[in-house]
Design a protein around this ligand. Structure first.
Ligand SMILES: [Zn+2]
Ligand SMILES: [Zn+2]
Length: 212
């Protein structure tokens, strides 16, 4: 079984909504016989100094620099992996864990000028020494209709997890098909197309990851 650590950063007013999304993702993987599960590890604490204000044509935005978020997520995952190694006492537990996913209420910003967060509905992912870091800002997915909001996020999480197992973008009826607008995202089915599904299943089974 592959475990993906799941956490959040920022001030979620409705935390139950997040847990519902994580539960939905786990239900999806269980029902489709994919050996991947999200494991909620509690909120991620970032030093308050990291939060910055940036001026845009739409007013002032508060955000965490992407680099600070990635660093904090990487350290947390590394620390938890070390604990897993200490606890297993030599036995192979069958657990694979090398991924962490964070949802954040803040828009993602970066010093990288090529990273245009206004045009990116979907998240950010990076691999550092075999460890996979995924970040999804909930902001572009917001809807006053809570069920719609959850559905958009659910698909966003599936999209990021797809990337984390080596899936590229797809042009089919599929969560791996990136939207140009949020309306387009609403039209995507809440699942992978057959081709992406099979690739995900194969990679989730054979990804050597980090075994404990
Ligand atoms: Zn993508
Ligand atoms: Zn696809």
């Amino acid at each position: 079984m592959q475990f993906i650590e799941a956490t959040y950063v920022g001030n979620f007013i409705d935390k139950q909504m997040l847990f519902d999304v994580f539960d939905e993702v786990n239900r999806y993987f269980t029902e489709n016989n994919i050996d991947v599960r999200l494991v909620y590890i509690g909120p991620l604490k970032l030093a308050p100094g990291y939060l910055v204000s940036i001026k845009t044509s739409n007013g002032t935005l508060r955000a965490y620099p992407l680099e600070a978020l990635i660093e904090t997520l990487y350290s947390r995952l590394l620390q938890d992996i070390k604990e897993l190694i200490e606890q297993r006492e030599g036995d192979d537990t069958g657990i694979i864990m090398n991924k962490i996913l964070a949802l954040t209420t803040f828009p993602l910003i970066s010093r990288n000028p090529y990273f245009d967060f206004y045009e990116k509905f979907l998240g950010y992912h990076e691999t550092i020494t075999n460890l996979r870091i995924m970040i999804l800002s909930t902001e572009p997915f917001y809807s006053e209709d809570i069920e719609n909001f959850k559905m958009r996020l659910f698909k966003g999480v599936l999209h990021e997890i797809g990337h984390s197992f080596g899936l590229e973008h797809c042009s089919g009826e599929c969560v791996m098909n990136p939207p140009g607008t949020i309306e387009e995202w609403d039209l995507r089915p809440p699942t992978y197309c057959d081709r992406c599904f099979l690739e995900l299943k194969r990679n989730a089974e054979y990804d050597p990851g980090l075994k404990f």
